[in-house]
Every structure is written in C-alpha cells, then in structure tokens.
Write a protein that binds this ligand. Structure first.
Ligand code: FAS
Ligand code: PHB
Length: 389
C-alpha cells in the first residue's frame, strides 16, 4: 500500500490527526493495535481546554460536544475544612472549561473518519516503522495473519506511552525526563447526577476530585497508594472515603450509586525529546505523559496534532518545510508548560508520604495566597485553561 502519512495509533491523537490532514487534502492510513470496541470502551480523560474545543470544532467534531459538553466557568479547590477558591477561567482568562469525555471524542472522530472514507486498520499487529531517517520511510504490520507494507512520506507516532514509535528514535538521539509521584488516582464512573462544580480537595486523608461527563454521569477520583489493589476498594468502601475528603456541605450533595467503571492511574511526568526524527513525528502520549491533576494529557495530544497537521499541510500544499523543522521545538514549549502546571497542582493538592509540618504550611499558604490574590489566580487560570496556541 502507499499513502502520504502513516499514523501509528488510533486513539485521540491518531484519529484527530487523520481527520485534520484529510481536511487539508493530505491522505493518511491509521494503524491501530486494538479493536474499535476495545478503543471505545476505554474511559480516560474528560476535561477540555478552550483551545481544544476550538480545534475539535475546526476538525468537524464539535456538534455533539457543543450539545452535550458541560461548559463552566472554572474549577473549585477546597481545603482546611471550609476554605475554598474558584480557578475562575471565565473571569481571569475569558474562557470556559468543558467537561466532555475522551470516549465521546473518540466515538465522534471514528464517525467522522468513517463518513469521509478514512482508512483505519484495526487490530494491526507487529506494527513497525522502517527507514525513518530516509525520504522513503515505510511501515510493516500483520493483519489477519498476513504481513503487509505501506510506503509513505511521513510516519506519525500516535501510539501512546507504550507504543513502538518512540523506540524508532536512536538512543543516542533520544533524551527522556521522568518524575514518578508516590501515589496514584483511583477513579470511578457512576450513573448518578454529578455535583454542580468540578471540585479538587486537598485533605489530610488525601486528594479527591469530583467531576462529571454529563448530567447523568459522574466521575470521581481519590488519591491512593501506587500499589493499591482495586479489589480492596468495593463501592461501599470508596463512597465513604470520597465523602470524608470533602467538607460536609459538599459531601452531603454527592449522590452515590454503583460504579460502572473503576481503575487506578499511576501519576508520573514523562517527556521525550526530540518529538521528531527524520520523517517520524511523535504526538500525544507517545511523546509525553502528565499527571491528570491539571487535566492536560488529552489537551496536549490535541495541541500536538494542531501543530503537526499544519506543518504537514504546509509541506504538501505550499512546499514549506519550516513547520516540520520547528514542530518538535514548538510542541515541546507547550508540553513543558503543561508538565510544569501539572507538577505545581500535584504538589499543591496531594498528601505526600513523609510530608512534614513545614510542607503542609507551604501548601496551605499557597492556597490562601491563591484565594486572596487576583494576580496569583490570573496566573493559574490562564495556564489551567491552556495558553494560546
Ligand atoms: P492513547 O494512549 O489514547 O492512544 C494510543 C493508541 O495507540 C491506542 O489506541 C493504542 O491501542 C494504540 N497503540 C499502542 N501501541 C500500538 C502499536 N504498537 N501499534 C498500533 N497501535 C498502537 N488525561 C487527562 O487529561 N485527564 C485524565 O483524567 C486522564 N486520565 C487518564 C487515565 C488513564 C488510565 C490513562 C492511561 C490516561 C489518562 N489521561 C488523562 C491521559 C489520556 O487521556 C491521554 O492523554 C490520551 O489518551 C492521549 O491520547 P493519545 O496520544 O492518542 O494516546
Ligand atoms: C476528569 O473529569 O476526568 C478530570 C477533571 C479534572 C482533572 C482531571 C480529570 O484535573
């Protein structure tokens, strides 16, 4: 087979890139390891920066998002009993955050790709990029037991943190940066009415978060040990623990019910540099991971694709290679900004093992400063909603 861009990975990054390239007249083939059913049952992120909303609208997948997304003016932080402040993105950054599940985005992208005749090869095994440091790269894979080959001009590695693309960058070239946090998030989804606001809790028992997907679907998280066994957390243990981490007035508003999904996400930051090598370009989790505290993971995948789709379109439509040459540097500037704000919020809101009184005073003073200083809140709000693309 032959195409212009082979995209390895059919998650949000890969599907969105395929769609944005199509709208710019660039052909691609998506190779996805898993079945479509498997990809669509994954429950992950759910919180979009304003820039991501605009990009998804431009890609032609904004209609359901605008109809079903939960647009709101910011997220609440509660701490020390009844103290609270709003990260008011509408007041301080003139933009709203939108709660809309990654699963919905993936469904919408599959639908629009199918409608426009996109080529997505599911259950593609042993995908391997070849000759990425030449101008004739190609990709091999196995489908229904048959070895296949696709010749192309470029390869986009959108295969997540444990994919194959990043490994195609020689060890002598690749630099990685990692920080592993000493805890994870135990998350559940329940078919219960959510709270009015998205609320982060800094609590002596540990961090908690109340979020949502729609008026009938709630998403909750509690900080847990990295080695937590999910079997130790039946619903009748989760709900009281979640409530114990919020002020009583909020806890009493939480509607409990059977969980329809429960999973544990370890928290870590990871960045691979450079995000390109020869004709290979990385986007999304293939290049970086952030702790979910700042809700940046999915949004970074979307902004990477924003830059990469424009760079590839300029190459094909204007014979301009500047965007491709600067892609890694441009994307990494935004990546490191998201890594930093996620690191800041993770340190601000969680309880760390061996945290002393001094550290707790630092957290409390920072929260009080945010609550009192317009300048401090403006600083946080503009980063939380996402810096301009
Ligand atoms: P993805 O991992 O979503 O997609 C990569 C795709 O490549 C997958 O479909 C995979 O099957 C495929 N693939 C892998 N190896 C392959 C191979 N060799 N060949 C072909 N295909 C291959 N972000 C937030 O902002 N907020 C959150 O609350 C949040 N929660 C998360 C919870 C969990 C458990 C995880 C794992 C991540 C979470 N994230 C969250 C981050 C997450 O949303 C990612 O940022 C987002 O999925 C990134 O999208 P992609 O880069 O497309 O990677
Ligand atoms: C979510 O709704 O999944 C969510 C919201 C805010 C975050 C992280 C995750 O910071």
């Amino acid at each position: 087979m032959q195409t212009q861009v082979v995209i390895i990975g059919g998650g949000p990054a890969g599907l969105l890139l395929s769609q944005m390239l199509h709208l710019r007249g660039v052909d691609s083939i998506v190779l996805e390891l898993r079945s479509r059913t498997y990809v669509l049952q994954r429950i992950r992120a759910g919180f979009l920066e304003w820039g991501s909303v605009e990009i998804l609208r431009e890609a032609g997948v904004g209609e359901r998002l605008d109809r079903e997304g939960f647009f709101h003016d910011g997220s609440m932080i509660v701490w020390a009993g009844a103290r609270q402040c709003l990260i008011d993105t509408r007041k301080y950054a003139g933009r709203q955050m939108v709660a809309y599940g990654q699963t919905n985005i993936t469904e919408d992208l599959y639908a629009v790709r199918d409608a426009m005749g996109g080529t997505i090869i599911d259950e593609a095994l042993d995908v391997a990029p070849h000759a990425v440091d030449t101008d004739r790269p190609w990709v091999s894979f196995v489908k229904d037991g048959l070895e296949q080959r696709i010749d192309c001009d470029f390869i986009a590695g959108c295969d997540g943190s444990y994919g194959v693309s990043r490994k195609a960058i020689p060890a002598a070239v690749l630099r990685t940066y990692e920080k592993v946090y000493p805890f994870g998030w135990l998350g559940i989804m329940s078919e219960t009415p959510p709270l009015e606001d998205i609320i982060y809790a800094n609590h002596p028992r540990g961090f908690a978060l109340a979020s949502q997907r729609n008026p009938r679907l709630s998403r909750y998280y509690i900080q847990c040990d990295r080695d937590t066994d999910i079997a130790d957390w039946p619903d009748d243990r989760f709900w009281p623990e979640l409530k114990a981490r919020f002020p009583r007035s909020i806890a009493d508003e939480i509607t409990t019910g059977p969980s329809i999904e429960k999973s544990i996400a370890p928290l870590r930051s990871f960045v691979a540099e450079p995000m390109s090598y020869g004709r290979l370009y990385l986007a999304g989790d293939a290049a970086h991971i952030v702790p979910p505290t700042g809700a940046k993971g999915l949004n970074l995948a979307i902004s990477d694709v924003y830059y990469l789709s424009r760079a590839l379109s300029s190459f094909y439509n204007d014979s301009d290679i500047a965007g491709l040459e600067s892609y890694s540097q441009t994307a990494l500037k935004r990546v490191w900004g998201a890594v930093r704000i996620s690191w800041y919020l993770t340190n601000l809101l969680h309880r760390f093992p061996n945290q002393g009184e001094f550290d707790l005073r630092m957290q409390e003073n920072e929260l009080e400063y945010l609550a009192k200083s317009e300048a401090a809140m403006r600083n946080l709000a503009e980063q939380y909603i996402g810096m301009p693309l």
